[in-house]
Design a protein around this ligand. Structure first.
Ligand SMILES: Nc1nc2c(ncn2[C@@H]2O[C@H](COP(=O)(O)OP(=O)(O)OP(=O)(O)O)[C@@H](O)[C@H]2O)c(=O)[nH]1
Length: 561
C-alpha cells in the first residue's frame, strides 16, 4: 500500500506571488519573488505509518499570498501535477523555505501553517480556481488635479458654499438643492433675521406657498412650540414640523407682510410663547443637532448655512415649484431661476463636504501595541463624534514628516475580511496591504467601519448578493435595493490620517473614486499603489463589474476562466 503512488492534480497555493518593489519611490513596481523552495510536508505523528514520501521539495516561482481562512487557490499557468501518496494527509501544510517577504520564520506570507494547510483537500478547492491577473503598476492618467478632490470645489454647475455664505451675510436669498441625481428638490433659503415683505413676496411667487422656519430645539422649547407629529421624531427622513404659528401682531397671517412679521418674531430673542397664535400660516421646523452631517435635509442645510454665515440659527426655507402647474421645479428650472435672479445655487452634498473639511469629527480614544501575523503595528482607535462609531488605524513605523506615507484606506467587509468570502477581493486586499506596509516598514492602514457593502450595511449587502445570484451585477443590485452604487465617503478616514500626521500619501487602491474622495482635507496623494489579488471563479464577475462600471483599474481585462 505504501508503495502505491498516484498522480494527483493538486489544487494548492502555488502561484506567482508578487511583491511591491519600492526601491524607487517614484516608480514602484510589482515583481515576482525570486525562486523559493517549497516543501509539502505532513505531520507524521497522525499516521500509523508515515505516508510514502512524495517529492517533498520542489522549486517554484513562489507561493501566493492569501487569507488564512480562505481555501487554497489553484493556478492554470503553473505546474499543477505532483506525485503524492494516495491518501494525502488532510492536514499537510505548505511551507516556504527561505521566503523573503514572509518574515523570519519561513512561513508562507499570510498563511499560518496550522490553518490554511489544515483544510486542504483537492476537492474543497475546486471553486477557488484562480487565473493569472496581469499586474501592471500603471499610474498614469490616474492622478486628478488638486482641485478635483477639494471639498471646497463646488460640483459642476453649482455655486460654492463660500459664495452662498457671502450672499446670506448680505441678507440675500440662495437656492439649496438636495440631490443632483435623485429626486430633485430646490428650496429658497435666507436668514430669518433679514426677512422683509418683499423677500416673502418673491418666495410666495416662485415657491409652493408654504414657508417654513428652521429652528434649534432650544428656541422651539423657549417659544413652547411642540412637534406637530411627535411620532415622526425618530424618522430621520421626515421633516420635523412643529405646530404652526402667526405672530399676535398680524391680522389674517396670510399676506407677505403678516408672514414676514411672524418670521421676524420667531427670529427674535425677545419673543415669548404668548407672542404667537396657534395654528397659523408659518411652519417652524426642528433642526436636528449635527445638521447636514446627521441628516442631509433642507432644514438642516438652511440652518447650517445661516450659522456658517455667522448669523443666528433661524432660517427661512420654501420649496420652489413651477408657477405654471405647481409641480416641483426641475434642476434645469432651478438653474434658470438662479441665473435670471443672480442667486447662488448650492448642493447639500457640497455643504456636507464643506463642513466635513472644517470640523473635527474624530477623536483619538486609545493607542496600543498590536502584534499581528504580518508584524508588530500600533493600533489607534478613533471615535466618530457624530455617531459614536469606532474606527481603527493600524500604524507601522515612524510617520515622521508625514510625507510619502504608504496608506491603505480599507472599507469594512465582514464577510470578506473575517470569513474570507470569495465573493469579493476585500479579505485578500486587506492581507496584501498589511504585508506591503510591513515590508515597507512605514505606513498606515485605516479600517473604516460603517462602510460595509459600500455603505449600505451588512444586511443589505447580503440582499444584494441574493440579487447577484439571480443575475444582477453588484451595481444593479444596489440600485435595485434603492441605494446608490457606492454610498461611502472618506472624510472620517482623511481626518484620522491627518491626526496621525500623514501629509502626502502613496495610496493603495484600484478605485479612482477613493482616490478622489480622500483628496482635500489637507492631504495630498502623490501616487497610487495598485492592490492586485487573485481573480477566482467566485469573484471574477464582481471584479469585472467594478472595472467596467465603477472605473476600477486592473492591469488588463479580466479574462474568462
Ligand atoms: N453592495 C455591495 N458591496 C460589496 C459587494 N462586495 C463587496 N462589497 C463591499 O465593497 C466594499 C469594498 O469596496 P470595493 O469596491 O470592493 O473596493 P474599494 O475599497 O472601493 O477599492 P480598493 O481600494 O481597490 O479595494 C466593502 O465595504 C465590501 O463590504 C457587493 O457585491 N455589493
Amino acid at each position: 500500500m505504501d508503495n502505491v503512488r498516484h498522480t494527483y492534480k493538486i489544487n494548492c497555493t502555488i502561484h506567482k506571488h508578487y511583491f511591491l518593489d519600492i526601491t524607487n519611490k517614484n516608480k514602484p513596481r510589482y515583481k515576482s519573488h525570486p525562486q523559493q523552495e517549497v516543501v509539502l510536508s505532513s505531520p507524521t505523528t497522525h499516521h500509523r505509518h508515515p505516508p510514502p514520501s512524495p517529492p517533498t521539495t520542489t522549486t517554484m516561482d513562489s507561493i501566493i499570498f492569501h487569507h488564512p481562512l480562505f481555501p487554497p487557490f489553484t493556478t492554470t499557468k503553473h505546474p499543477s501535477s505532483y506525485t503524492l501518496p494516495k491518501h494525502p494527509p488532510p492536514n499537510f501544510t505548505l511551507r516556504s523555505l527561505g521566503a523573503t517577504a514572509a518574515g523570519d520564520n519561513g512561513s508562507v506570507p499570510g498563511v499560518s501553517n496550522s490553518t490554511a494547510g489544515d483544510n486542504f483537500s483537492p476537492e474543497n478547492s475546486q471553486n477557488f480556481k484562480t487565473i493569472e491577473a496581469e499586474i501592471t503598476p500603471e499610474t498614469v492618467d490616474f492622478f486628478v488635479s488638486d482641485a478635483e478632490g477639494d471639498p471646497d470645489c463646488p460640483s459642476d454647475g453649482f455655486s460654492s458654499v463660500g459664495d452662498a455664505l457671502s450672499s446670506l451675510r448680505r441678507g440675500k436669498i440662495v437656492i439649496v438643492v438636495d440631490d443632483e441625481n435623485g429626486d430633485i428638490e430646490g428650496n429658497f433659503v435666507f436668514p430669518a433675521c433679514f426677512t422683509s415683505p418683499e423677500t416673502i413676496g418673491f418666495v410666495m411667487r416662485y415657491g409652493s406657498g408654504i414657508i417654513s422656519v428652521g429652528m434649534m430645539l432650544e428656541d422651539l422649547e423657549r417659544l413652547n412650540l411642540p412637534l406637530m407629529s411627535p411620532e415622526n421624531e425618530n424618522n430621520s427622513l421626515a421633516p420635523s414640523f412643529t405646530i404652526t404659528v402667526d405672530s399676535i401682531d398680524t391680522t389674517t397671517g396670510v399676506s407677505a407682510l403678516d408672514r414676514a412679521k411672524t418670521i421676524l418674531a420667531l427670529a427674535s430673542r425677545d419673543s415669548r410663547p404668548e407672542s404667537f397664535r396657534r395654528p397659523g400660516h408659518v411652519f417652524p421646523l426642528k433642526y436636528r443637532a449635527g445638521g447636514v452631517l446627521r441628516r442631509a435635509g433642507h432644514t438642516e442645510a438652511s440652518v447650517d448655512l445661516v450659522t456658517l454665515a455667522g448669523l443666528d440659527a433661524v432660517s427661512v426655507l420654501s420649496t420652489i415649484v413651477n408657477p405654471e402647474d405647481g409641480s416641483i421645479a426641475s434642476l434645469d428650472r432651478l438653474k434658470t431661476l438662479a441665473l435670471d435672479h443672480d442667486i447662488p445655487i448650492v448642493l447639500i452634498t457640497d455643504l456636507i463636504r464643506y463642513r466635513r473639511k472644517r470640523e473635527r469629527l474624530v477623536e483619538k480614544t486609545s493607542i496600543s501595541r498590536l502584534p499581528t501575523r504580518w508584524g508588530v503595528f500600533e493600533a489607534h482607535c478613533y471615535e466618530n463624534k457624530l455617531d459614536g462609531t469606532e474606527h481603527i488605524a493600524v500604524v507601522k513605523g515612524d510617520i515622521g514628516d508625514g510625507r510619502d506615507v504608504l496608506v491603505r484606506v480599507h472599507s469594512e467587509c465582514l464577510t470578506g475580511d473575517i470569513f474570507g468570502s470569495g465573493r469579493c477581493d476585500c479579505g485578500n486586499q486587506l492581507s496584501l496591504a498589511m504585508e506591503i506596509i510591513e515590508e515597507s516598514g512605514r505606513g498606515v492602514l485605516v479600517y473604516l467601519r460603517g462602510h460595509e457593502g459600500r455603505g449600505i450595511g451588512l444586511g443589505h449587502k447580503l440582499r444584494a448578493y441574493n440579487l447577484q445570484d439571480l443575475g444582477h451585477d453588484t451595481v444593479e443590485a444596489n440600485l435595485e435595493l434603492g441605494f446608490a452604487p457606492d454610498a461611502r465617503e472618506y472624510g472620517i478616514g482623511a481626518q484620522m490620517l491627518r491626526d496621525i500626521g500623514v501629509q502626502t500619501m502613496r495610496l493603495m487602491t484600484n478605485n479612482p473614486a477613493k482616490f478622489t474622495g480622500l483628496k482635500g482635507y489637507g492631504l495630498a496623494i502623490v501616487e497610487r499603489v495598485p492592490v492586485m489579488t487573485p481573480i477566482t471563479d467566485e469573484n471574477r464577475r464582481y471584479l469585472e463589474t467594478k472595472r467596467t462600471k465603477m472605473g476600477h483599474i486592473y492591469g488588463s481585462d479580466i479574462p474568462d476562466l
